[in-house]
Design a protein around this ligand. Structure first.
Ligand SMILES: Nc1ncnc2c1ncn2[C@@H]1O[C@H](COP(=O)(O)OP(=O)(O)O)[C@@H](O)[C@H]1O
Ligand SMILES: [Mg+2]
Length: 320
């Protein structure tokens, strides 16, 4: 018998009261032990999905199972398995840091005596132990974010879901948060799902990735397979002379002129960069410099959400 998934979402839809359909028949399975990225641009429906999983609101249709327990039928059991870090800070701003963790443990029936050592471990690991007696409102933004994570972990959830955990966090802190999350994933065998619009984050941390866009799952695959499918590369040419017209190039996948001194050329495997240089010089265009654009995942993501590709199949047809 196969292991029950950490999270199983089936045919989930959410239409808000104003008639807006934020999730459209979404199904998603996250295996145990994984580190899973739910990627999507702003407004894709990520927080809506997490709001349903956190029981903040009910889905219009569909079901959610957490470690095999139906969230709508047995919410109190399902919630024991789950720790959520929402996008917005939502702790009591006047409560002290350590007390916030102890109070949270109380909601799960964990007595303070038992919660204290766990709180100390978490606060220490997250660099907050010195702040244990401070009121939470006195913390910096990055500290508040870490406090949210510590609170979500106090009852040792088997599944941790973080909604944009590193949005607005500086790069140094972001890296230390990544390390912490990796540690929790490995040492406590906690399944971790994070939403992000930072592709680098997904690429660094996650073995599996799903891309949500306009309330629909576009892609759900292993990170390595996604990267392997990616044989396109975009080069940015800075030109010495302004272009007076739309340029025609052959043997390339895509040409884009963001302004009259810049040219972006996308090549698929087998198409030649030398060929591009040859054509430019034939047309009397000299190149001042050239660089590789963004990272590959970033490119893919932009293509997907821009072109509104409907499924992984059509992605293959499009040669991505
Ligand atoms: N309470 C609400 N009522 C109506 N529309 C909402 C509500 N909350 C979110 N939305 C809309 O649903 C869409 C998805 O939002 P959200 O789930 O927050 O996306 P994400 O987290 O991916 O940025 C957005 O277009 C947003 O404006
Ligand atoms: Mg969101």
């Amino acid at each position: 018998m196969s292991e029950v998934p950490a999270l199983a979402i089936q045919n989930l839809s959410k239409t808000y009261d104003n008639g807006f359909s934020a999730l459209k028949d979404v199904s998603l399975t996250v295996p145990q032990g994984g580190f899973f990225a739910l990627l999507g641009p702003n407004g894709a429906g990520k927080s809506t999905m997490i709001g349903i999983i956190s029981s903040l609101f009910k889905p219009t249709t569909g079901s959610v199972h957490i470690f095999g327990t139906d969230l709508l039928e047995n919410p109190s059991i399902a919630k024991q398995y789950l720790g959520v870090v929402p996008q917005e800070f939502n702790f009591n701003m006047f409560e002290k840091v350590e007390d916030i963790l102890i109070t949270q443990a109380g909601y799960f029936g964990i007595p303070a005596k038992e919660a204290r050592p766990r709180a100390k471990r978490l606060l220490t690991a997250l660099g907050l132990w010195d702040k244990r007696d401070s009121k939470s409102r006195e913390l910096s933004g990055g500290m508040k974010r870490r406090l949210m994570i510590a609170r979500a972990l106090i009852h040792k959830p088997k599944l941790l879901i973080l909604d944009e955990p590193t949005a607005g966090v500086d790069i140094e802190l972001r890296r230390s948060m990544w390390e912490f999350m990796q540690q929790i994933n490995i040492e406590e065998n906690t399944t971790i799902i994070l939403t992000t619009h930072y592709l680098e984050e997904a690429e660094q941390l996650c073995k599996r990735i799903a891309i949500l866009d306009h309330g629909e799952i576009r892609i759900n695959t292993e990170m390595k397979d996604l990267l392997a499918q990616l044989s396109v590369e975009t080069f940015v040419f800075d030109l010495d002379t302004p272009l007076m017209r739309q340029l025609a190039l052959t043997g390339v996948t895509d040409v884009f002129q963001p302004d009259n001194q810049t040219l972006e050329v996308t090549l698929t495997e087998g198409e030649s960069l030398n060929g591009v240089f040859d054509q430019l010089s034939e047309q009397g265009i000299t190149v001042a410099s050239m660089r590789n654009k963004a990272n590959r995942l970033e490119e893919l993501f932009m293509r997907l959400v821009d072109k509104n590709i409907q499924s992984a199949d059509s992605m293959k047809e499009a040669g991505l």
